[in-house]
Design a protein around this ligand. Structure first.
Ligand SMILES: [Zn+2]
Length: 172
């Protein structure tokens, strides 16, 4: 089932999310719904607060080429445990900030631990777009958006555009 995505600015996008203690069927269903919502958008990542749930859960799939097999990841309690000194700059976007893009610099390689859909502990090294995406999504769980990396002028400009977008959408 598709969920609706919250658009910035919204207080729920500024909250620190709670760790998941027990993997319930409800949480698995939420994760599956989030993947469906993400693919439909389309996007490469989605965090639970973006659908109004303040739990530490993200989903991602950074396979960009249509011909390649999808590689969906569901991460409960994801955590960056190591990051490279080497940095990487990508033009980032966000499903909660539609059609706005800006360059953000982050560590190029990160080691991440998480609990998967089956409740198993996992650890993987991510590089390139995957590294950027997983860091962007984990930021969401700490109430942080990619526009928080930008200067105040640019951030305000984007926020005003989003306020206008929300007003326009509310009118229809
Ligand atoms: Zn985002």
């Amino acid at each position: 089932m598709k969920r609706s995505i919250i658009i910035h600015p919204d207080p729920r996008l500024k909250k620190v999310c709670a760790p998941v203690a027990d993997l319930s069927d409800d949480l698995r269903k939420l994760a599956d719904d989030m993947l469906e919502t993400m693919y439909d958008a389309p996007g490469v990542g989605l965090a639970a607060p973006q659908v109004g749930v303040l739990d530490r859960l993200i989903v991602l799939d950074c396979v960009k080429d249509k011909g390649d097999a999808p590689h969906p990841l569901i991460m409960f309690n994801p955590k960056v445990i190591a990051s490279s000194d080497e940095l990487n700059t990508y033009e980032e976007g966000c499903l909660s900030i539609p059609e706005q893009y800006a360059e953000v610099t982050r560590p190029k390689v990160v080691d991440v631990t998480w609990i998967d859909r089956d409740g198993k502990e996992r650890k993987e090294t991510f590089d390139g777009l995957w590294a950027t995406c997983v860091q962007h999504e984990i930021d969401h769980l700490n109430g942080k958006l990619f526009i928080d990396y930008l200067g105040p002028m640019k951030r305000q400009m984007i926020t005003r555009k989003m306020q206008k977008l929300k007003r326009d959408r509310a009118r229809v």
